[in-house]
Design a binder for this molecule. Sequence first.
Ligand code: HEM
Length: 512
Amino acid sequence: MSRLFLVLDTGAAILLVALLFVVYRGRQSARGPLPPGPRGWPLMGNVFDMPATNEWNTFMSWGEKWGDIVSVTLFGQHIVILNSIQHAYDMFEKKSNVYSDRPAITMAGEMVGWDRTLVLLRYGTRFRETRKLFSQLIGTRSQTERFSLHLEHEVHRFLRCILREPTSVLKEIRKTTGAVILKMAYGYEVQEGDDPLVDLVDRAVDEFSISTRPGAFLVDTFPILRHVPAWMPGASWKKKAKVWADDLEMTCNVPYAFTQQQMSAGTAIPSFTSTHLESNPVPEKEIVIKNAAFSLYSAGADTTVSAISTFFLAMTCYPEAQRKAQAEIDAVIGNDRLPTLADRDKLPFVTALCCEVLRWQPVAPLGVPHCPVADDFHAGFLIPKGTIVFPNIWKFLHDPDTYANPFDFEPERFIASPGKTAEKDPRQIVFGFGRRICPGMYLADASLFISCAMSLAVFDISKVVRDGKVIEPVIDYTSGTISHPRPFEFSIKPRSANAEALITAMHETRER
Ligand code: HEM
C-alpha cells in the first residue's frame, strides 16, 4: 500500500512540477519572443521531435527551416540550437560573462557524479581554480611542447605494436592516448597488453557520452524523478545511474591512490598530481587537484581517440590525400628518420590534413552546451536564464558558405594559393568557445599531428581487398557527446623494408 502511495505521490509531484513549468515558461515567453522552432505539444513540448541518433543532422535541418537560432522545449526546459558560427562567437565569446555556465544535468552530473569534472563544473570559484591548474600545465603551445618527447615516444610504441599486430590499430590508439595522459596526470606507465586503468576509464567515458546525450533521460527535465525508487517499472535508468556512479568513483580514485602510494614509496614519476601534492595542499585544494587530474584524463583520452580513428578512416577512403602527405614527408624529412613535433611548421600539407580530419567528422558534433546565468536578448530573441544552448559544431564545419564541398575530404582547402585564400581553420571551431574553450586543445593538436605524421611516414593505409573485391569502409558515426567512427575495415602495411627498420630502430634507441 505504501508503495502505491509513493507511486501516486510521485505522479502527482510530476504533474505539479509540469504545470508550474508551463505557467512559468508562459510568463517568460511573454517577456520577449523565443527563437522559432518546431511546434511542440502542450506540456511535453518537443519530446517527439527530438532525434534519437545523429542529433546534429536533425538540428541542421531545423536550421534550414527555422533559421540560425532554433528553440525547442522539453517539458518546459528551453533548448536552443545555434546553426551559425557567428552566433556562437557573439554569444559565448562576446557575452562570456553570461554564457559560461553549464546546465545542471541531473543524470550525468548529480546522479552519476560527472559534475565533479571540469567539463560539467558550474561557473564559479572551483571552475576558475581548475582552469588555472590546466592552463599552468598545457595552456599554450609552448607549454605543451615540454611533453613532445613523451608524445613521440608513445607514438613510436604505437607504430611498433601496429607492425607486430596490424589488426589492433583501433585498440592501440586507445592505449596510446591513455598512456600519454595517464603519465602526465598521474605518472602511471601503462602495461604491455591490456591495461586495467585504460579499460576502466574507457568504460566510464563511454558512459559519460551516453548519459549526456540531449533528451536521453527524463530525469534531466524533471529532477524530482531522481526520487523514484529503482524497483518501479520503467526506472531501470536508476540502476544504470548507480552502476555508472560506481564506475566513475573507481576511475577517479584508483589512479589517484596509485600516485599517493608511489609518492610515499619515493618512486613517483613527476606528474600533474605529484607536483601539486608535494606542496601539501589543504583538503579543499586536494579535492580540486584530484578532480582536475581526473578531468584531464576523462576529457582528453576519448576525444583524441576519436580524432585519430577518423584519420585512419579518412586515409582509407582518400588515397590521394595520403599520397600527397607521404610525398611531403619524404621530401622534407627523408627516409632515415621519423617526423617529430619540431617538424610541424615544415609540413604544411600534413598540418592541413590534420585540420581536415578535425573538420570532416568533428569529435564533439554538438560541443558541450553552455548555459546563460541571466536572461539575454540576442538577435531579437529572448534566451531565458537556464536555457541549454548547443553550438551545432557539425553544421558550422559543413556550412557551404564557409567550406567548399563540405562533405569531401580536401586538406588543400587550408592551403592558400595564388588567387585562393585558405578556408577557415577548424581549430577555431572544434574546440568550443569563450571561457569554456577546450583547455586541452594544444595537447590534442600535437597528439593528432604526431600520430598522423609518424603513421604516414612508415605505413600505407588502404581499403581491404577480399577475393579480388575492394571492400568499401562504412562511414558511420556513433551518437552522443563524443562521436566515434563505428568499426571499419582497412589494411595497413609498412611502406618499405626501410620503413620497417625505422620503426624498430627508433624504438631501440628510445628505450635504451
Ligand atoms: C581532438 C580532441 C579534442 C576535441 C575536439 C575537444 C573538444 C572540446 C570541446 C568542443 C569542448 C567544449 C568547449 C565549450 O564548452 O565550448 C571541450 C571541453 C573540454 N576539453 Fe576538450 N577536446 C579535445 C581534446 C581534449 C584534451 C586532450 C583534453 C585534456 C587533456 C581536453 C580537456 C577538456 C576539458 C577539461 C574540457 C572542459 C572545459 C570546461 O568546461 O571549462 N580536451 N573540448
